[in-house]
Design a protein around this ligand. Structure first.
Ligand SMILES: Cc1cc2nc3c(=O)[nH]c(=O)nc-3n(C[C@H](O)[C@H](O)[C@H](O)COP(=O)(O)O)c2cc1C
Length: 198
């Protein structure tokens, strides 16, 4: 039973949206599986055109985390040297929760413009799902960081997790845990981003 008014509920939702922050530093404590599953269940209530439900979530255990850290070391050693690679690998090793989120590639019979549109729409839906996940985690006192970059865009990233890139595309590596530090953020005022048209 809900005891708060619609206005109170609206204010609460707004507060959760505003207070979610990208977290760069986590405490070492692990997060209960039930908490993560609850956030993933909420994530799947994201809008999705034609009910494609394109999201797939991969919860990475130690072996898969190590596979990604190995890929980080390989790529970073080649570009920035062994010392930089070790430093970053040590930072990544300290992240308690790892989730990879992908989008299902449209079926082979979906072709041409229809395929382009569905790919875009599915990507948008998965982004909404990630936001849902992050908001629900944040509302429970947890932090998340949506991470992308040279490692996640590496052609080996999905295969090393046993994911076939012909069937799924990468959308986000989501780190999560209890925040060690919650940073401040700013946004442009609405009048800078809202434009009237007759
Ligand atoms: C698609 C996407 C990719 C991102 N990749 C990274 C990343 O690789 N590294 C990072 O520090 N933050 C990343 N972020 C988080 C943004 O840096 C962050 O949202 C921005 O600084 C605003 O902070 P806030 O989320 O706390 O409002 C990403 C966010 C999105 C939506």
């Amino acid at each position: 039973m809900t005891t708060s008014s619609p206005a109170e509920q609206g204010a609460l939702i707004e507060q959760v949206i505003r207070e979610r922050r990208t977290i760069g530093a986590f405490k070492p404590d692990s997060v209960p599986t039930a908490t993560v599953q609850r956030a993933i269940e909420a994530a799947t209530w994201a809008p999705n055109h034609r009910k494609t439900e394109p999201w797939r979530f991969y919860s990475l255990g130690p072996t898969s985390q190590q596979a990604i850290i190995n890929l980080l070391i390989e790529t970073l050693t080649a570009t920035k040297g062994a010392e930089a690679a070790t430093a970053k690998a040590n930072k990544w090793r300290g992240v308690p929760g790892w989730l990879v989120v992908t989008s299902r590639v449209p079926a082979a019979e979906v072709t041409g413009r229809e395929r382009f549109v569905q790919t875009q729409e599915d990507y948008a839906s998965v982004c909404c799902a990630i936001q849902n996940f992050s908001l629900v985690m944040s509302a429970q006192g947890l932090g998340t960081k949506w991470s992308t970059g040279d490692v996640t865009s590496h052609p080996e990233f999905l295969p090393r997790l046993g994911i076939d890139p012909q069937h799924e595309t990468f959308v986000g590596l989501i780190w999560y845990g209890y925040p060690a530090v919650v940073p401040q953020q700013t946004r442009r005022p609405v009048h800078e981003v809202l434009f009237d048209r007759p």
